[in-house]
Design a protein around this ligand. Structure first.
Ligand code: ZN
Length: 161
């Protein structure tokens, strides 16, 4: 396992590029997922997407408090309701803002064995799914933030991802 360098949105345009689907789940991909998880926990984040460590592949790790989830080629297949709350990004340090997200989302992806898996997430987990999958398409929470809600002070519950 190794800690990876988290890219800052100001210094590297890689965060604005679309990620490619993973075609073969090999040892390199599995190691990368493990390293991403270690990096996310070390940074006290709720999620991390591969572009945030400079890799344009559709890989995401999430732990919104209910355990580690590793996703390969994830897509949102259904969503419902809405929630508005502060959100932060490990690649956008010390800036937070309110973002409207679905209350609940269903995500389809591959697991580490290449099997199709489906997750349903609500609240913070739904937010994390949306935030990380946005990263795979070059989208940052700054693009969706509700104007005038940007702050530089960490909200009570950090939700960096
Ligand atoms: Zn982020």
């Amino acid at each position: 396992m190794a800690l990876l360098n988290i890219i800052n949105y100001k210094t590297d345009p890689v965060l604005r590029k679309p990620s490619k689907p993973v075609e073969k789940i090999d040892k390199k991909i599995l190691t990368l997922l493990n390293d991403m998880a270690e990096t996310m926990y070390h940074a006290n984040g709720a999620g991390l997407a591969a572009p945030q460590v400079g890799v344009l592949k559709q890989l995401v790790v999430i732990d919104a408090g209910s355990g580690l989830i590793k996703l390969i080629n994830p897509v949102i297949t259904a969503f419902s309701g809405e929630q508005v709350d502060f959100e932060g990004c490990l690649s956008v340090p010390e800036i937070y803002g309110k973002v409207k997200r679905p209350q609940s989302v269903t995500v389809k992806a591959l697991n580490e064995k290449g099997e199709t898996v489906e997750f349903k997430g609500t609240d913070l987990l739904a937010r994390a799914f949306c935030h990380e999958i946005d990263h795979l398409h070059g989208v940052l929470f700054l693009d969706k933030v509700i104007p005038d809600t940007l702050i530089r002070i960490k909200p009570e519950k950090p939700k960096n991802m």
